[in-house]
Design a protein around this ligand. Sequence first.
Ligand code: HEC
Length: 111
Amino acid sequence: MQYQKLPFACLLVTVFCLSGQFNAQAKDITLPPDGMQLKASDLPGYFKAQVNCVACHSAEYMAYQPPTAPRAYWDAMVKRMKSVFKAPIDDADMPAIVDYLAKTYGNEQSK
Ligand code: HEC
């Protein structure tokens, strides 16, 4: 009688182990939870950055970049996010995002 429950128990153990494994994999790319928002702006890239740049990490990563960083630095950064981390950023959105970043976090800040 009780052996009939064995397959179910095996299934549970398997699911448990698999989910544990997936969790372990996810941990490699999960960054510490923090809630820093992107700096508000009227630039069109602000909205695009909100869509494309804070899915994996918060705006803290942008805030900690040197304010002297030139446009080319941000351009390389956005491209790196796409090529290295497979960020689903549309190439057409990149110039606007780079523009926003350079003017908001980089050396083109007016304030
Ligand atoms: C697919 C996930 C993902 C998306 C989307 C993403 N990033 Fe990242 N980003 C990462 C990871 C992972 C790191 C950590 C890299 C490291 O620790 O070296 C990172 C790090 C950074 C850093 C810190 C500096 C560095 O080189 O590590 C900056 C700045 C940054 N991202 C900016 C951006 C911008 C701007 C966008 C939008 C264009 C963006 N990220 C979108 C995954 C992503």
